[in-house]
Design a protein around this ligand. Sequence first.
Ligand SMILES: *Cc1c(COP(=O)(O)O)cnc(C)c1O
Length: 426
Amino acid sequence: MDRSQQLFDRAVKVLPGGVNSPVRAFRAVDLCPRFIQSAHGAYIYDTDGHKYIDYVCSWGPMLLGHDHPAIREAVERAVKDGLSFGAPTEREVEMAELMVEMVPNIEMVRMVNSGTEAVMSAIRLARGATGRDKIVKFEGCYHGHSDCLLVNAGSSALAGGHPSSAGVPEDIVKHTLTAQFNRLDTVEALFGQWPGQIACVIVEPVAANMGVVAPEKGFLEGLRALCDRHGALLIFDEVITGFRLAPGGAQAYFGVRADLVTFGKIIGGGMPVGAYCGSRALMEQVAPCGPVYQAGTLSGNPVAMAAGLAQLRYIRAHPELYAGLEQYAEELAAGMRRAAAAHHAPVAVNQIGSLIAPFFTPTEVTTFVDAKGSDVGMYARYFKGMLERGVYLAPAQFEAMFVSAAHGREELEQTLEAVDGALAAL
Ligand SMILES: *Cc1c(COP(=O)(O)O)cnc(C)c1O
């Protein structure tokens, strides 16, 4: 029995499902999860001495690859100063200044400890600022695990076949209205049905928790116009897209303004961090300036700030890295499509920026309904084939592949060889 299996056998006795976050349990692919020993650059290494090209990248944070020296050294320096003070520090000011400089349309930042917290707080702020209760989200979009957003959610909530969750009262989710991504008419219908009652529309500007689905031309612009017309706020959940599509995130990439923007993942450089941001007028509604309460014992933690700052500073100094990421992803997606055609495998490959998703379906995927048409059993077999060939993918169909700046020519060729072998063996 290998070491990962031994650890998993111990883990299931003391951790629910053997893990601290459901998708890691490999249930959607019916395998024992690999326990990871270390990671460097584009590679992760498991406790059994296997080496994999990593396309999970901690679900997005490792934009520069694992163990980047700039981030590691910044963290080492911060650790020497102390781990937490529960009092303001210079790094928090620097972090907020840098985010305001890099991201369009934001004037103020509140740091929190996860993407879940960031989105939950942004929703509270939107409700507080508008005095309205209803929110609109999209089926298949994931915004963390807070109560009011666990409705028709994506990511592992989707893979596990639990569109929502036990323990979430009907009374709470009755204010959560769901629409269809890339279907503006479904949003318009909700505004018609609930006039003057919708506080905000929250969207992943690129849906990246149902696989990867890019917004069609006019969709985000249409949401902006609908929100303006009905006095609702538009929230971009950029926990994945922030600093990934572009240094300025999806707002910069698509040229659409959001009222509130949430971040996580990349802004922590691998440490647990989230943030919500917006105009001064909106953000000053938050305590201690305003009536919307939100707090955090470890928020703005100095070690987490050091990691995030180092990653964002590196990005600012090397904006050319985005062209490289995009080129890698385009070539990989094109190669995957060629391999699928050669082996007559029904695969639709979506790609935008450094995000890729192969859907095991013969049709195009532009909506959540299309995505749900995928053959998850076939994805599971493909996943296993890729793992055996040294490529670590998301262990579920409805997730993204993340490319990092450490992925180069050699990794691209090896990955395409693995894709060819895995599809041939399906
Ligand atoms: C991951 C994710 C979240 C939740 O972030 P956590 O740090 O896991 O709480 C929220 N929104 C989106 C779009 C995400 O991808």
